[in-house]
Design a protein around this ligand. Structure first.
Ligand code: ZN
Ligand code: ZN
Length: 278
């Protein structure tokens, strides 16, 4: 089992040290864990931080280098326990970020890069405190159109290995829009999956949905469209923000992906894709 979406206390919304997660991974029989702390770079927002020693500092190249060193330390310490430790980031994408991000990661020894859309119009739709600010201004169709347009830009940037929690807007959108939030725009999604195939971008099966809204991300109707477009590459992650959630739902997530024809579970080393047998 592998878990390719994990936040430690270096993310300002998460807790648990790298070593605590690694020990838990060994206990739970994971073969591999990839740390993917948040990399938010929007100057219009106040969440571009990384945390060390209980203090948050502005996100910077030096900060990511320090994080890399900490992950590499754990990689060495936990090798003897049979655990592979990988270094990744989850980037909150918005258009215009491309060169800033490239400069930020240039020269780093990253294994894996997740692309996510967390914000629309600089409002975090994945935050209980903020989502209503966007939702109260726009109907569900507008939200999904805008969200998937940003997802398209994210894929076209060519910067990312996988796309996280594709229908995460449902987490708070369900309360706001009710059933309308489930009407995924099929035409847009077909174009998105065909673009993902073309660019060999993987789709993440994110098990946090099970804990938040009792469904895996993405939902079954979206998986059906992905299957019909011939998607095969996927990554899997718990998106854990606490040690207790590490590895949760992974077996279920893999079975779910396979049921929709995804048969290429990807892991990454130095940004190179490896296919795991299922
Ligand atoms: Zn995310
Ligand atoms: Zn995450």
């Amino acid at each position: 089992m592998i878990d390719y979406h994990v936040h430690t206390h270096h993310s300002i919304d998460a807790e648990g040290t790298i070593d605590e997660y690694c020990s838990q991974a060994v206990k739970r029989g994971l073969a591999e864990i990839c740390f993917t702390n948040h990399c938010e770079l929007d100057p219009m927002r106040d969440d571009s931080y990384i945390r060390f020693d209980h203090r948050k500092i502005l996100f910077s190249r030096d900060g990511v280098r320090r994080l890399q060193q900490e992950v590499f330390g754990a990689r060495d310490r936990f090798r003897k326990h049979g655990l592979q430790v990988k270094f990744g980031l989850e980037v909150g994408f918005y258009r215009g970020i491309e060169s800033v991000l490239q400069n930020m990661i240039d020269g780093l020894e990253l294994d894996f890069l997740i692309g996510s859309i967390h914000c629309l119009n600089h409002v975090c739709i994945d935050s209980s405190r903020e989502a209503h600010l966007y939702f109260s201004e726009h109907d569900a169709d507008h939200l999904m159109n805008e969200y998937y347009t940003e997802i398209t830009a994210l894929i076209k940037s060519g910067l990312f290995d996988t796309i996280a929690h594709l229908d995460v807007y449902k987490k708070y959108g369900i309360q706001f829009y009710g059933g309308r939030i489930h009407a995924a725009p099929a035409e847009l999604l077909r174009e998105i999956f065909s673009l993902m195939k073309e660019t060999e971008t993987a789709l993440e099966i994110n098990t946090a949905g099970l804990r938040k809204i009792n469904q895996l991300y993405p939902s079954k109707d979206i998986m059906t469209i992905a299957r019909d477009q011939g998607m095969k590459l996927f990554t899997i992650g718990s998106d854990s923000h606490t040690v207790a959630d590490l590895g949760k739902g992974i077996s279920e997530g893999i079975a779910y992906a396979m049921a929709y024809g995804f048969d290429m579970l990807c892991s990454y080393s130095g940004r190179k894709r490896l296919i795991n047998s299922l």
